[in-house]
Structures are given as structure tokens and as C-alpha cells.
Design a protein around this ligand. Structure first.
Ligand SMILES: [Mn+2]
Length: 353
């Protein structure tokens, strides 16, 4: 079944006559059109892509052939005409629309019942097609190679920003269109900040270094974290490293389709709890990955929801000791019936460069 027919089936199940899609990544997912502005309108009978003059040629060129493409600078008024023509009464819209956007919509579509939808398309996006998996895999391979090259580049005296810029440039050189979030390079005591953005701090001999980075390749994201040592490894941090690696590996070993979200988190947390660092694992185990670097599913600790085949998710346990240092190891995993396929393949054994 195509994305569009799945979406339409869900639209009918939700008892709606049409859905207005304004989130740009959802527009891409449904129509194949990528731009900085546009609107998709899907009814029970038809599907429309509304763009302004800047994008009309691109839209005709790349959009799914089943979409009718309409040129307009006022998508909502155009949709109001379609609503009238098709005699529609119950319309859904995405709740991440801006407040101003909502006000304009509710004025122009005053006669229809507007229903806000939360994560409607994102729920469908959780399950990846084999083509999507191949693209994410390529994004992961680019990150893997950038990490390997960075290990040869980094040395005491270079700053965290030098290292971040190297990773960013290297990923672009390898075919990425950009980075999927601001690269984290946190060295020495700064590594105890789970999201320490790269600073002017020079890397020093004896530092532990955490790098958390990723790229976009053909619109899909990778997201990977590695931690390593420069020159020598402090005894306590070495212990923590091995605990985090065991937790990351325990998740890889135990996970398969059907596991609950709660158990996905608990698998890592049990390893870290029993080593005595439960309180220092201060965040969740991970998140979904795709067109957005953070997307559904997320993994609340008590959740009974089940992992499904062809989800792509991260496995990122960490331990952070204030004023000492921290360790995080993050992989991107494809969930299968039998287990998981690890998409990020950069080395994870304890590295001292
Ligand atoms: Mn992540």
C-alpha cells in the first residue's frame, strides 16, 4: 500500500472529510515535494499540493503524479473553494501550525468543523519503507566515516569547535546536505553535560571526549554518539565507559519487534542501575529517527506500547558524573522481527587516541 492510500484509510477511520497538511516534512513524506513553503490537502477523493509561483516548476517536476498541483499565494482560500466544491464538513489540521496560521484558517474556513490532529502523519512515518531504511543507512555510513577520519584529526591543543567543524565539513564532503543538529563535542569535565555544545575549550591530554553528531542525506537524518579518551583513560571513567557500553549492547541483544517501549528503556536502565549509576542516567534511552532527527516513537518508562518492525530508533544510554565527566554511546537501530540491525558501525571498543 502506498503512503497516500494508507493516509487516506486513516483519514476515513478518523471520520474526517479532508486533512490540511502544513508541516513541511509531512508534505515531503506524502507528496515528494520539498520546499520552504507549501500546503497539502487530502480529501477522501483527491489530493492537492498548493504552492506559490517560486515552487510551481519544482512541484510539477518532483511531486507524486497523483497530486493535483495548484499555484496560489493563499492556500487556505484555495482550500475553501475545494471544500465548497466537494461539499466537505469535517476537516483536520496539524496542531503544530502557528497560532497566526490557525487564526487565518479558522476565519476562512468558518463554516466547516476544524479538528486539530496531533502527530497524525508522524504516526505513519514511524514505520520505514525499505527505501527509507537505505537512505538512513547511507546517512549513518557518512557519520561512521566522519568519526573514523576525526580520530586521526583530533589531538591535544585543538578546540572542541575545531573538532565539530571537522566533523561537519567531513560529512558534507562525504555527500551529506548538512548536519542534522548542532554537533556536540564535550571534553574533560564538560562531558558531564549531556548536551554540551562544542566550545572554545582546547582538548587536553587525559581528556574524555563525547561527540554526538549526525547528518542529513536525501532529507533523512543520522544521529550517533561516541566517547573516547585522549592520551590516557582515568580508572573511574573507564569503568563507566564499560558500563555504558554493556547497557548499549544489552539493548542491541534484547530488542526485537513486539518488545514494549517500557522494556526497551528498562533493558539499558537495569544494567546501569545494577552498576550503581541509576541516578546518573538522567535521560531516556532514545527516540525515533527519520525525516526528523527526533521523531516518534519515544519511550516513556512505563509504556506498554510495542515496538514494530521497520521502526528506526536510537539506543543511547549515558552516565554523567558532575565535575568528573560523562559517557554516552548512541547507535541507530532498525527493528526487525528477529532482532535489530545496527545501522551505525563506527567503532565502540574503548579507544585511547
Ligand atoms: Mn539521539
Amino acid at each position: 500500500m502506498t503512503r497516500l492510500s494508507t493516509f487516506r484509510e486513516r483519514l476515513v477511520t478518523a471520520d474526517l472529510d479532508g486533512i490540511i497538511v502544513t508541516n513541511l516534512k509531512n508534505i515531503y513524506y506524502l507528496s515528494g515535494f520539498w520546499g520552504t513553503a507549501g500546503t497539502v490537502f487530502i480529501t477522501r477523493q483527491a489530493q492537492y499540493l498548493l504552492v506559490d509561483a517560486r515552487y510551481i516548476l519544482a512541484a510539477r517536476d518532483v511531486a507524486d503524479e497523483h497530486f493535483e498541483i495548484l499555484e496560489t499565494r493563499d492556500a487556505v482560500s484555495e482550500i475553501a473553494k475545494l471544500v465548497k466544491k466537494e461539499n466537505l464538513t469535517k476537516i483536520g489540521f496539524e496542531d503544530d501550525l502557528s497560532y497566526a496560521g490557525y487564526q487565518a484558517m479558522s476565519e476562512v474556513l468558518a463554516t466547516v468543523e476544524l479538528n486539530s490532529l496531533s502527530q497524525f502523519t508522524e504516526i505513519q512515518r514511524q514505520i520505514k519503507s525499505s527505501d527509507e531504511v537505505k537512505i538512513i543507512q547511507k546517512a549513518c555510513q557518512i557519520s561512521d566515516q566522519a568519526f573514523r577520519d576525526m580520530l586521526k584529526f583530533i589531538e591535544p591543543g585543538k578546540t572542541e569547535l575545531d573538532v565539530a567543524n571537522f566533523l561537519d565539513f567531513k560529512m558534507r564532503e562525504l555527500g551529506a546536505s548538512g548536519i542534522s543538529f548542532d554537533t556536540i563535542v564535550a571534553s574533560g569535565k564538560r562531558s558531564s553535560l549531556p548536551h554540551g555544545r562544542a566550545s572554545h575549550k582546547p582538548i587536553a591530554f587525559g581528556d574524555i571526549v563525547t561527540v554526538d553528531f549526525g547528518c542529513y542525506y536525501d532529507h533523512y537524518a543520522s544521529d550517533m554518539t561516541r566517547t573516547f579518551f585522549v592520551g590516557q583513560a582515568d580508572e573511574q571513567l573507564r569503568d563507566i565507559y564499560n558500563t555504558v557500553l554493556s547497557a548499549n549492547q544489552a539493548v542491541i541483544d534484547a530488542t526485537k519487534a513486539g518488545m514494549t517501549y517500557g522494556d526497551y528503556d528498562k533493558t539499558a536502565r537495569d544494567v546501569i542501575d545494577s552498576a550503581g549509576f541509576g541516578a546518573q542516567f538522567s535521560h531516556g534511552i532514545g527516540h525515533g529517527l527519520g525525516l526528523d532527527v527526533h521523531e516518534m516513537p519515544y519511550f516513556p518508562r512505563a509504556s506498554e506500547t510495542h515496538l514494530q518492525e521497520n521502526m528506526v530508533i536510537t539506543d543511547e544510554p549515558g552516565i554523567y558524573l558532575e565535575n568528573v565527566g560523562g559517557v554516552r554511546i548512541e547507535d541507530d537501530l532498525l527493528v526487525t522481527k528477529e532482532g535489530v540491525q545496527v545501522l551505525t558501525l563506527a567503532p565502540k571498543e574503548l579507544i585511547i587516541i
